[in-house]
Design a protein. Structure first.
Lengths: 100, 204
């Protein structure tokens, strides 16, 4: 019985308005940063820096807006598997193209 | 967890959510495939891609990013509102999110329109007769932003259905899976845009 109520609490985790607003502010801040950085020529690092900031933004959206942080093992593991598959798909293709 | 309703009907919110995520994985792979194409051609024609990126207005791109981020926030907040029994606030937030979707698409219309006016569209003389890299850049630009635009439209349809369900009382504080899943879809649209924006508008 107590087990179920614990499960119920996890299931119904609720994000407050303030928490969501903080996430939005961080996302807007990172958008400003990525636009500002794009005016600076970093040479080789242009693309990696832009993608790193994008990954940070995506993580915030996934963890809080899509409440992945509060999901159970099934969704977390399957999501990470999808990301792993994506990394293999993009990484190996690019590897092949770059060193052909 | 399986909830029992008064009618004896059983609902499984976790199962519903897992089903939605499985669908989202297929969407991630769909756009991932397009990003693979982008990466491979970027490697081959990096100068043309940089020239193509110059043609895009990064301020309009940034404005659209901000619009989508804000709408993602309002959708997430609308779920919180529904679960806190604040139906009126939930409805306002959803209406505002739909407005953001409209603003995004109107922006896109003007953006594409400006490109068309400068003879930059699939099959145009400038692109077909010019640098192959530039043609590929704009081909990918139209495919990816077009497919993303269709996703924005679908997301707006889903949010509208959820809105109707909230208004009609079919979606409630205890039973909000429809709104929750529409929200997940809307956030996915946002996620894709977060990658599209630097790849197309900020390439250097």
């Amino acid at each position: 019985m107590s087990n179920q109520s614990l499960e119920q609490q996890q299931q119904e985790h609720l994000l407050g308005y303030r928490q969501l607003a903080v996430v939005l502010c961080l996302l807007l801040l990172l958008t400003v940063v990525t636009v500002a950085v794009s005016y600076v020529d970093l040479g080789f690092f242009n693309v990696p820096v832009a993608l790193a900031i994008a990954c940070g933004k995506v993580s915030l959206v996934l963890l809080f807006f899509m409440h992945l942080k509060y999901e159970g093992a099934i969704i977390n593991i399957s999501f990470l598997s999808t990301v792993l598959f994506l990394v293999i798909m993009i990484g190996f293709t690019f590897w092949d193209v770059a060193f052909r | 967890m399986i909830a029992h309703k008064e009618s004896g009907e059983r609902i499984d919110p976790t199962g519903i959510k897992i089903g939605m995520w499985l669908f989202l994985y297929s969407e991630i792979i769909l756009f991932g495939g397009l990003f693979v194409l982008y990466a491979a051609y970027f490697h081959r024609y990096s100068e043309s891609f940089a020239a193509g990126g110059e043609e895009l207005d990064r301020l309009i791109g940034a404005a659209n990013t901000v619009v989508l981020l804000i709408s993602s926030f309002t959708v997430a907040a609308s779920i919180t509102a529904l679960r806190l029994h604040q139906r009126r606030r939930c409805i306002c937030l959803l209406l505002f999110s739909l407005l953001c979707g409209v603003i995004f698409l109107v922006n896109k219309y003007f953006e594409w329109g400006a490109k068309f006016a400068r003879d930059l569209y699939p099959g145009s003389e400038t692109l077909v007769g010019g640098e192959p890299g530039l043609n590929i850049f704009f081909g990918l630009y139209y495919i990816i932003t077009g497919l993303h635009g269709i996703h924005v439209l679908i997301g707006m349809v889903l949010l509208t259905v959820s809105l109707v369900w909230v208004v009609s009382g079919r979606a409630t504080a205890e039973r909000y899976s429809m709104l929750d899943n529409s929200g997940l879809y809307w956030h996915l649209v946002d996620l894709i845009w977060i990658f599209v924006f630097p790849l197309f508008y900020l390439v250097l």
